[in-house]
Design a protein around this ligand. Structure first.
Ligand SMILES: C[S@@+](CC[C@H](N)C(=O)[O-])C[C@H]1O[C@@H](n2cnc3c(N)ncnc32)[C@H](O)[C@@H]1O
Length: 244
């Protein structure tokens, strides 16, 4: 099986990502994020989306927010974005901006790609440095019960645009590491293996690291809802601000 070393974590999955996510309405998601943040934001905010992937959320949010920068560590994911916004390839723990943003966001477990608490702390510190005084930082994160649920649908397969794929989902409750192993067959018959490794943190970790980084939690919702998030939720949506 050929496997060219690449630093792009979504080199191959970028080809099938839109298909993997077609169960979700990004239009609805964008409205949800707008509704939980709008009362906390200034007019015409400067927006930075981190780990934006193929920009599906940005394609909707840029209809509301005109000053919007889309970023991701994967150049191939960014290439699959057909929006007109500014796109920059960067790591969310090495954010290359000096200007301040009024809204900084990431979605769909992107923060779980940071494999240590130290990296999450570094990420929070960097976000804090470029968050305007009254700015809002919001992201969602998968918690442990989400990983157990995925074990039930541990194997799935599909095809899209001539690509075939098989996905295996494996969660290790001891290390709290969740792996998604993709085997992707290109239209020309070549097969590639791509493993996505994510760390599942405890609910309390985010409060602890926010505190250490100079941020604080304004709200934490059960994701996609307006009810309070809990340690037992599948996924939670944090809203943080800078401490004074
Ligand atoms: C599950 S996808 C989510 C993409 C998009 N936010 C969405 O909701 O569809 C995770 C994304 O995180 C990106 N990513 C992983 N590690 C990253 C890092 N250290 N810095 C920036 N982006 C990262 C991946 O390239 C991928 O596009």
């Amino acid at each position: 099986m050929p496997s060219k070393k690449s630093t792009d974590p979504y080199l191959h999955v970028s080809n099938i990502y839109a298909h993997l996510m077609d169960f979700i309405s990004y239009k609805w998601w964008a409205k949800y994020l707008y509704s939980i943040t709008k009362n906390k934001l200034i007019k015409n905010p400067r927006v930075l989306e981190l780990a934006a992937g193929n920009g599906s959320l940005a394609n909707h949010l840029t209809k509301i927010y005109k000053n919007y920068i889309v970023t991701d560590i994967s150049l191939n994911m960014l290439k699959h974005n057909d929006g007109n916004g500014r796109k920059i390839c960067c790591d969310m723990i090495a954010i290359p901006f000096k200007t301040k943003f009024d809204l900084i966001l990431s979605s769909f477990d992107s923060i779980n790609y940071l494999m240590s608490k130290q990296k999450v702390l570094q990420h929070f510190k960097q976000v804090k440095n470029i968050l305007s005084d009254d700015g809002i930082f919001t992201f969602d994160t998968a918690l442990e019960s989400n990983s157990y649920k995925h074990q039930k649908t541990a194997l799935n397969k599909g095809r899209t645009k001539g690509f075939k794929f098989v996905r295996k989902s494996i969660f290790n409750p001891k290390t709290k590491i969740h792996k998604n192993v993709f085997t992707i067959t290109y239209p020309n018959g070549k097969e590639y293996l791509e493993t996505h490794t994510q760390k599942i943190y405890s609910f309390d970790t985010f409060f602890e690291l926010a505190e250490k980084s100079g941020l604080y939690v304004v709200n934490c919702y059960k994701a996609f809802s307006f009810t309070k998030g809990k340690a037992t939720s599948d996924r939670v949506q944090f809203i943080m601000k800078r401490k004074a």
